[in-house]
Design a protein around this ligand. Structure first.
Ligand SMILES: [Cu+2]
Length: 137
């Protein structure tokens, strides 16, 4: 008899606190609150998703998937499906990850990753096109 009553009181307390918090948030700055919520949603949907694949498609001025993970020694291939020319330019160029030439529509570029690490790259004509390759043991 005592325990269920305690739980009921706890639930009422949580519900009461929750609705009070929502009311406060809405009163203070509903616009800002909505924006924060949207940003959080979009980043968890696609931007942070790491896909295990060795093939990246370049389409609509974006690398897809933007974040991939492969095992050490894997050959990763990029294929440009856009009519615009794109390339794969490592943020830090070097032997661990070499840049491609500009790829025309239908052209591919492959690179074999021999060292573990997170390799960030972008497209040199369109620096806002960004992606990463994660190489694991
Ligand atoms: Cu590009």
């Amino acid at each position: 008899m005592k325990k269920p009553l305690m739980i009921l009181i706890a639930i009422i307390a949580i519900l009461g606190f929750g609705s009070a918090a929502v009311l406060t948030t809405n009163k203070t700055d509903p616009g800002h609150h909505d924006m924060v919520g949207m940003q959080g949603h979009s980043s968890s949907a696609s931007a942070t998703e790491v896909v295990a694949t060795d093939h990246v498609v370049i389409k609509d001025f974006a690398y897809a998937p933007a974040r991939i993970t492969v095992k050490k020694g894997t050959k990763v291939t990029w294929t440009n499906q856009d009519s615009a020319h794109h390339d794969i330019t490592p943020d830090k160029d070097g032997a661990d990850f070499a840049a491609s030439k500009l790829l025309a529509q239908g052209e591919s570029y492959s690179f074999t990753f021999e060292k573990t690490g997170v390799y960030a790259y972008h497209c040199s004509p369109h620096p806002y096109m960004k992606a990463t390759v994660e190489v694991t043991e």
